[in-house]
Design a protein around this ligand. Sequence first.
Ligand code: G3H
Ligand code: ZN
Length: 279
Amino acid sequence: PLTTTAELVLGARAAGTAVAAFNIITLEHVEAVVAGAESAGAPVVLQVSENAVAYRLGRLLPLARAAAVAAERADVPVALHLDHVQSDLLLHQAADAGFSSVMYDGSRLPYLDNLAATRTAVDRAHARGLWIEAELGEIGGKGAHAPGARTDPVEARAFVADSGVDALAVAIGSVHAMTTRTAALDHQLLRRLRAALDVPLVLHGSSGVPDDELTAAVAGGIAKVNVGTALNQAMTAAIRAHLTAHPDAVDTRTYLGAGREAMARTVERIVTRVGLSPA
Ligand code: G3H
Ligand code: ZN
C-alpha cells in the first residue's frame, strides 16, 4: 500500500534500522524496486529526482502516476519522494502528484543562501503537508557529496533549527554516482551528527558504500539510505550481457526484462541489508 515517507523513516529510526530509497527513471525501475522490496518483505521509498523529470520530457505526472499505482498495489508499504529538487514548480506539483515528501537541494549554495532557500522550501512544503529533507553542503557551495565534503555538526544543528527541516542529508564520506563500492564513511563524524541533531539523518550516494559500511551507518543513526547508480549499473550490465549473447535480439522485452530482474535483485540485497534489526 501507499504510505508516507515520514512514517517509513520514523518507523525505521524507532526500530534502529533504515529505509532504502531508490531513484526511479523508467517503469522497469518502478517494477523492480517494488518486486525487490516485496521479495525482502520490507518497505521502500520510490524517489524521483528533478533530473529524472527532465529526462521524462519535463513531465512529472506519467512516472509519478505509475509509481503511485505500483505503490498502492504493493504487498509492502511504499512511499513516494521527490528527490534533489531545486525548482519551485516541482515543489508545487509534488503533493498533487502523490508525493508525501520532497528533498530540497540547496547544497550548492553558500550557507546563508542555502538556509534562506531551504527555509522558503520548508514553508511551501509544510503548507502542502509535505515532509521535507534538505542537505547541508560545505561553505563555498561545494555541494555535500563532492569528494572530501563533510557536514559540520555545529553548523548542522543551527541549520536544522533555523530552517525547520524534517530530515537532513549529511556528508560523511559518500559521493554521488560512484560505480565502485569503495566509499569509507566517517563513523565518528556520524556519531557526532547523531548526537547534535534530533531529525532523521539521510545518506546520499549510497551506491558506492560497501555492505559492512552501510550496516555501520545504519547502526550509527542513518535512517534513510538513497540509492540510484547501483540500479542503473545493474540494469545496464544485464542489458549489455543480454545483447552481447543475443546480437539478433529485437523484442525490447527480452533485454529490458533482464535489466529489470537484475535491478530487483540489487534492491532486495540493499533493502535487506539496511532493514536488519540490530542484533
Ligand atoms: O539522491 C539520490 C542518491 O543520493 C543516489 O546516489 O546514485 O550515488 O547511489 P547514487
Ligand atoms: Zn542524492
